[in-house]
Design a protein around this ligand. Structure first.
Ligand code: HEM
Length: 530
């Protein structure tokens, strides 16, 4: 029998005792960090149409893969009409596409939109003020009131202003660029997404904050930068241990720099306008829409819940919600116009045929409407919609049992690419939505009296759940769609454009999102006829 000679091991251990102790200490710290980062998943949903049996390790790996490959995982897992689940970093997400189940969860108080977005954007760490008495319900009511009653109904009046701002914004932006091509054909080079972000924010900025505040360079710069910083922090904070959150917040937000600037400017304005409103008789009907600040102040007049801090928080949330998704979706639309140039001429012709452009004309153009809708169908910003977190355990009438703490979502990409709803879904057909519907199951395209109407970008229905579904569907979609149409109409009718490098990818993926790359370069020049 051979005996083991331990002396070598002893030599290593004792002569390197400090090092080994150090490694052991680091291992303990790593263990604590991993432990804190493996959240206690809620109980797994069951009674699904497609069941998944996941070991702890698989669940952990899958939930991390979700960040980088969420969209692909969701598309792979999708079976029309079936319920299935995938693990996300904090819980399971149950995907529901059967009509009854969608209607059931979208209207049930057991589920919360706010809590679901808290998981995504870390609201709880991202808040400015800790507000014990805050009512999510009240905030949601006012999101809808301000956006629907305020902004949406005023779009016809706002169009000339929006158009003028766009024309100037694009011209000024391009004037700062030198022509790049050697053949002297007048092409200029711009970074596509930053350009569209700049001009769309230039349109909504004054409508939101008022012209004089928007003209303040310090305020405008902070307002432009704040949403991106908010989302970056919301993402980063999910991957650091809780004790490090304040430090990370300080580092990422540079000590709340942009938010503090917004507040410095907003507090005196909001408080002055509230004082003025108190001395003016309250009118419920036809409040004038001058800008968002003023409209919100008038709308909340006489409601003790609405303190100046809460009004600012409401404005801040609306600004974040509206700021980034419009230019991102718009970039997908413009990229698709470059990718499928055969659509450019018909859309241009449709625009050129209009003797005068205004809100109703722009809203009535079938080719423009259809092209935008087809891009959204094939390349939605988010492949899942109508995120809701189960606040209470919920057992659906038709099956799935969802323990509290899990998410429920609609697999919007899967539905919008289902061959039963959209024939040849894999084919990009820019004018797919110009024909009137043939199938009875598309409830959206039926008017109030059952008459068919043309499909619109802003439709919310079971075959087009891009904007969410039910009473909480995006209240900003009318403005978003109209702004996107205004930008495309201007660029298509006055400019030629193409991608500088058609072979380079134009998007990157994160979770279930398809985001435009910031480094995509667009070549653009003014059309000679204009
Ligand atoms: C292309 C642009 C946009 C897209 C893709 C988009 C998409 C969405 C989606 C999917 C939801 C969730 C609905 C649900 O889960 O049922 C939502 C909610 C919301 N959107 Fe939009 N949106 C866009 C533009 C805007 C704009 C421009 C504004 C404001 C000016 C806005 C304001 C809101 C608000 C306030 C909510 C939250 C409603 C609540 O908490 O109840 N959105 N949006």
């Amino acid at each position: 029998m051979t005996s083991i000679d331990w002396s070598a091991v002893q030599d290593v251990c004792f002569s390197n005792g400090g090092v080994i102790l150090g490694i052991a200490f680091c291992a303990v710290l790593l263990g604590i960090w991993i432990h804190r980062n493996i959240p206690d998943f809620p109980k797994a949903p069951n009674d699904l149409d497609i069941t998944t049996d996941l070991s702890l390790a698989t669940r952990w790996i899958q939930s991390k893969k979700w960040l980088l490959r969420g969209r692909a995982m969701l598309i792979d897992a999708h079976v029309p009409g079936k319920t299935y689940m995938l693990p996300t970093p904090k819980n399971y997400c149950v995907f529901i596409s059967a009509e009854n189940n969608i209607k059931e969860f979208a209207s049930s108080s057991n589920f919360s939109l706010h809590q679901a977005y808290d998981d995504l954007f870390s609201y709880r760490y991202n808040k400015l003020w800790h507000d014990e008495g805050e009512s999510v319900h009240m905030t949601q009511i006012y999101y809808f009131r301000v956006l629907r009653e305020g902004l949406t109904t005023k779009l016809p009046v706002l169009y000339p202003y929006m158009h003028e701002t766009l024309v100037k914004g694009v011209a000024d932006h391009l004037a700062r660029k030198k022509a790049v091509d050697v053949n002297r054909q007048g092409w200029k080079q711009i970074h596509h997404y930053p350009f569209l972000e700049y001009i769309t924010v230039s349109v909504i900025g004054p409508i939101f904050w008022g012209e004089s505040l928007w003209a303040n360079p310090e305020f405008q710069d902070a307002a432009r930068r704040f949403p991106a910083q908010y989302f970056a922090f919301g993402e980063i904070v999910q991957h650091v241990p809780t004790f490090a959150v304040p430090l990370v917040k300080f580092a990422v937000t540079k000590g709340n720099k942009y938010r503090n600037i917004l507040i410095k400017h907003l507090l005196p304005i909001v408080s002055e306008q509230m004082a003025e409103a108190r001395n003016t008789p309250k009118s419920e009907e036809n409040l004038p829409f001058i800008n968002f600040i003023q409209y919100t102040v008038l709308m909340t007049q006489g409601k003790p819940y609405w303190t100046q801090e809460r009004i600012i928080l409401l404005l801040e949330s609306l600004w974040r919600a509206g700021g980034h998704s419009v230019p991102m979706t718009l970039t997908h639309i413009m990229n698709s116009l470059c990718q499928y140039p055969e659509y450019m001429e018909p859309i241009r012709e449709e625009l050129d045929q209009q003797p005068q452009m205004n809100f109703s004309v722009l809203e009535s153009l079938p080719l423009l409407n259809s092209f935008i809708k087809e891009v959204i169908r094939t390349k939605p910003l988010d492949s899942a919609s109508t995120r809701r977190k189960a606040l209470k355990t919920h057992t659906f009438k038709d099956g799935p049992h969802v323990p509290a703490g899990n998410l429920v979502c609609i697999p919007s990409y899967g539905i919008m690419n289902d061959a039963a709803l959209y024939p040849n879904p894999e084919v990009f057909n820019g004018f797919r939505f110009t024909t009137r519907p043939t199938s009875d199951n598309q409830e959206s395209i039926k008017g109030k009296q059952g008459e068919t109407t043309r499909s619109k970008v802003t439709d919310v229905d079971l075959s087009f759940p891009f904007w969410g579904y039910g009473k909480e569907a995006c209240p900003g979609r009318f403005f978003a769609s109209f702004e996107m149409k205004s930008v495309i109409a201007l660029l298509v009718s006055r400019y030629d454009f193409k991608l500088a490098n058609a072979d380079k990818p134009t998007t990157w993926l994160w979770r279930t999102f398809t985001l435009p790359r910031k480094d995509t370069v667009l070549l653009i020049r003014e059309r000679s006829e204009h």
